[in-house]
Ligand binder design. Sequence first.
Ligand code: HEC
Length: 127
Amino acid sequence: MKMKVLWSLALCSALATIPFAQAEEGGMEAAGRQLFTHHCAACHSLDTSQNAFGPSLVGVVDRKAATLPRFAYSKAMEASGITWTEDNLRKWITDNEALVPGTRMRHVAITDQAEQDYLISFLRTLK
Ligand code: HEC
């Protein structure tokens, strides 16, 4: 009985830290996380060790395109020669097919400048 109480206390404090951790992110990052959840998370995992339908985006800012091992990129992406600078990430989420014609990523069109800012600042937190 005593053990049970201890366990539930431990669980409660573990759960309580989750919203706290999110509150520590700045407002921009938090807004970016929401956008990411809606527009990107279906295909991109936040876990470094895992590629989902799309490659993991952990550490993507300033990474060369198509360089994760164990992900089958399109020929177009491999040949792009792009580095994911802030500028290129902006172009990519504005119209990915315009930046890399023939990419396997489904079309996204996040054209709102503020939304782009939020998303990119969130991507920067993924290390
Ligand atoms: C329907 C699935 C899907 C969605 C939704 C999606 N992606 Fe992708 N993404 C992919 C795939 C597949 C690739 C690989 C494309 C290729 O090889 O041509 C990719 C590649 C990328 C890359 C290049 C990564 C690298 O290692 O070179 C970036 C950056 C990226 N996506 C960002 C995003 C962002 C940001 C969003 C949300 C706004 C998003 N993606 C939404 C499937 C998706």
